[in-house]
Ligand binder design. Structure first.
Ligand SMILES: C[S@@+](CC[C@H](N)C(=O)[O-])C[C@H]1O[C@@H](n2cnc3c(N)ncnc32)[C@H](O)[C@@H]1O
Length: 278
C-alpha cells in the first residue's frame, strides 16, 4: 500500500523574518560568494535557496507528532533553517550535517535527486549539492548552463588549488580562502579577455557625452541597446531613426547605476537616444 503523502514544512510555515534578513545581508555582498562569479537575472540568494530547499524536503512535524511536540520540533527546524540561510554560516560542517540528517529522516534515508529545469545562475543546484543531494540543472540559455556548470562541476574541483596564471602562480601563498587560486585566475583571465575585447570592439562602444542637465562631460556607458534604423522618409527631415521601443521613459535621470548610449546617427538632423535610469 502506498504511504500517505506528508505535508512539507514549507507548506505549513517558514521563519520568514530570519530568511528575509539573511537575504538582505547576502544581497549586499558583491564579492567572495560563489554567486559573485557571474551575475544572472533574478538570481536567488544562496542562503534563501538553502532554506527553501530544506523547507521543501523536511516533513512538517504536525504530520507525525501531537500538536504540542510538533510546535517545539517545528521551532527546532526553524532554527536550522534560519542558521543555514545565514551567509556567515555557509561553511559550518556540523550545521549542514544536522540539516542533512533532518532531510534524510523525511526521505526514508535516501536523498532525492534535485533537478532545476530553469537553473539560471545555478543557485538552487549549487545549494542542493551543499545539502547533500545529487544535483542537476538545465536551462534553455547556454550562458546560464555554462555558469551553472562552472559553479557545480568545475569550481568544487579547484578548492585549495594555486592559481595557474603567470602573474600569480609563482608568488601565491595559500590563506586567502579555499578558492583564492580560482578567484585570482578568474580575475586575471577576465582582465585579459576584456583588454582584447576593448582592442577589437572598443571603438563601437564610445563614452557618452552627457547633456548639461546631467552634469555634462563624458561618462562610461554600462549597457547598450542596439537597434535597426531607418531614414525618415520626410525629405525635409531624413533623420536616421532607431526602430526600438523602450519600456521606460528615456531621459529620466535617476542614478548612474545603469544607462544606455546614444544610437549612432549619420549627421544632423538626428534622433538621439540617450539616457540614464535607476
Ligand atoms: C529567473 S531565472 C532563474 C534564476 C535562478 N533560479 C537563479 O537563482 O539563478 C529563469 C531562467 O529560466 C530560463 N528559462 C525560461 N524559459 C525556459 C524554458 N522554457 N526552458 C528552460 N529554461 C527556461 C531562463 O533562461 C532563465 O535562466
Amino acid at each position: 500500500m502506498s504511504q500517505p503523502v506528508r505535508k512539507k514544512l514549507i507548506e505549513v510555515a517558514l521563519p520568514l523574518d530570519a530568511i528575509n534578513k539573511a537575504a538582505h545581508t547576502e544581497n549586499n555582498i558583491h564579492t567572495g560568494l560563489p554567486s559573485n562569479l557571474h551575475t544572472w537575472w533574478s538570481r536567488k540568494p544562496l542562503g534563501v535557496a538553502r532554506a527553501i530547499l530544506f523547507g521543501s524536503l523536511v516533513d512538517d512535524p504536525g504530520e507525525y507528532l501531537p500538536a504540542d511536540r510538533a510546535t517545539s520540533k517545528r521551532d527546532e527546524l526553524f532554527s536550522i533553517m534560519a542558521a543555514i540561510a545565514d551567509v556567515e554560516r555557509s561553511d559550518e560542517k556540523e550545521l549542514f550535517a544536522r540539516a542533512t540528517k533532518e532531510i534524510l529522516q523525511s526521505t526514508n534515508g535516501q536523498m532525492p535527486t534535485f533537478w532545476d529545469p530553469f537553473c539560471g545562475g545555478g543557485s538552487l543546484p549549487l545549494e542542493a549539492l551543499r545539502l547533500g543531494l545529487p544535483s542537476l540543472g538545465s536551462d534553455l540559455n547556454p550562458v546560464a548552463v555554462f555558469i551553472t556548470r562552472v559553479l557545480i562541476e568545475l569550481a568544487p574541483t579547484q578548492a585549495l588549488h594555486p592559481p595557474i596564471n603567470v602573474d600569480d602562480r609563482d608568488t601565491f601563498l595559500q590563506g586567502g580562502g579555499k578558492f583564492d587560486g580560482l578567484r585570482r585566475d578568474v580575475e586575471y583571465y577576465a582582465r585579459v579577455i576584456n583588454e582584447r575585447l576593448v582592442e577589437r570592439i572598443g571603438p563601437c562602444y564610445p563614452e557618452a557625452t552627457l547633456p548639461k542637465r546631467f552634469g555634462g562631460g563624458q561618462a562610461e556607458v554600462v549597457a547598450w541597446i542596439w537597434a535597426r534604423t531607418v531614414v525618415c522618409p520626410n525629405p525635409s527631415c531624413r533623420a536616421e531613426t532607431p526602430l526600438a521601443t523602450f519600456r521606460r521613459k528615456i531621459d529620466v535621470f535617476g542614478s548612474t547605476s545603469m544607462g544606455f548610449g546614444r544610437a549612432k546617427t549619420a549627421g544632423p538632423p538626428a534622433v538621439i537616444f540617450e539616457g540614464l535610469w535607476m
